[in-house]
Design a protein around this ligand. Sequence first.
Ligand SMILES: [Zn+2]
Length: 458
Amino acid sequence: MLIYQQFVKHVLKPLDLWRSGDYAEIFYWREFERTQFLPPDELRHLVWQRLRNILDTAYSRIPYYKSTFDHAGIVPSDIKTDTDMLSVPILEKRDVQANLQTMLDPEYPKNRLIFDKTGGSTGTPVNYYYNIERKWARQAAMLRHDRWAGYEEGQRFASLWGAARDMPVPGWKQQIKSLIFPKTLQLNSVNITPELMLRFNEQLKRYRPPIILAYAKALALFASFLKQRGVSAYQPKGIITSAEVLTPEDRQLIEETLSAPVFNRLGCREFSVVASECDQHNGMHLMAEGLYIELVRGSRHTETGETGEIIVTDLLNTVMPMIRYRLGDTASWVAGTCSCGRALPRIDNITGRVTDFIVGMDNRLCSGVALATFIVSKRPSFGQIQIIQEERGKVLYRVGCGQNKPLQQPDLDFLREQTELYLGQGIHIDYEYVDVIPHEVSGKFLFSKSTVVREMFQ
Ligand SMILES: [Zn+2]
């Protein structure tokens, strides 16, 4: 098998990239493999060179940025330090929606633009464009970060993923390709049933992919199900979790059940991989050569360890620059250098989107992740549970109990006590028992859903 893998990596894959015109992806990948080990000052120099270039490009070529910079009274040459970036207006998702045409380089041939869009199930759907060079760089970045988890080009791959648009297209080209290249084994997390999970585990054992890529919560559900049933789980070499917040409890459950290390990742449709863990598992290294990341709180940057909103500037998308884009997730900086030798800065404590927070009695916002960590994970007997808020002062616990009995009195007492502790005295609690809690259309599982917090941010 190793010979076949080498044949795919060194012969078939380059040939396929050559045929599809994507051969330059390899050059980006080689560059990223090199730059990840640059000394910190050289890396910073590279990032700032690219940041200055994208600011200049945006101001000189893109009508939207010419107008917003002029309105803010700044020119790119004013931006000399990280703090100076705070004077550049933040780009909201709704700004991209409203200004799509004026955010494009008018000189760039329309027929060479690559169109893409976000899922939109957890926020505002966003349409955007990039060019072929950015596509190569995105794919190369993904490959670099996959390799940190032990993946090598040409290896088989399994995924527990949700968005239908990510599925391979079963066209004739794909079918021919699948005869030559290793296939991806997939369990769609939009539709998970006990039968499908058992079948997926059996398929994994036959197919033996070294790496599993999964939605964090969906894989935790899979691990918990196999553990409960006493079924021996397939043991891959590495696991990449993404798209959902990975709680420490879920990580432990997955690593224990599948006997493999978890490499957590922050990725998004707009920018592909944003940050991921190396084999030291101490925070996530940024994809810093392609993305300039800020963590902000109000009108300032956060200190190390302090939670802030993630603001992204794409350093390589010159046809539709995305400058200071509010991603919707929060994180904090990790201090010091990583023992892996990479100078790429690290972030940690990624928490869910602002819309996932629940509003407490005194209007305090409580992170759904915190509720999951501090309330539900203390009682594994709860199984699948979701907290929904549609009115101030009220929450609904939706419990996916399947064949199990609904919550017992001690469970209800515990939930009331903990809910009041985090959301305030006097909060009204309702319960709803369902067979299985459905995933969102995108396949993501939302632990907490609040329409109240959305109203607050509109
Ligand atoms: Zn590292």
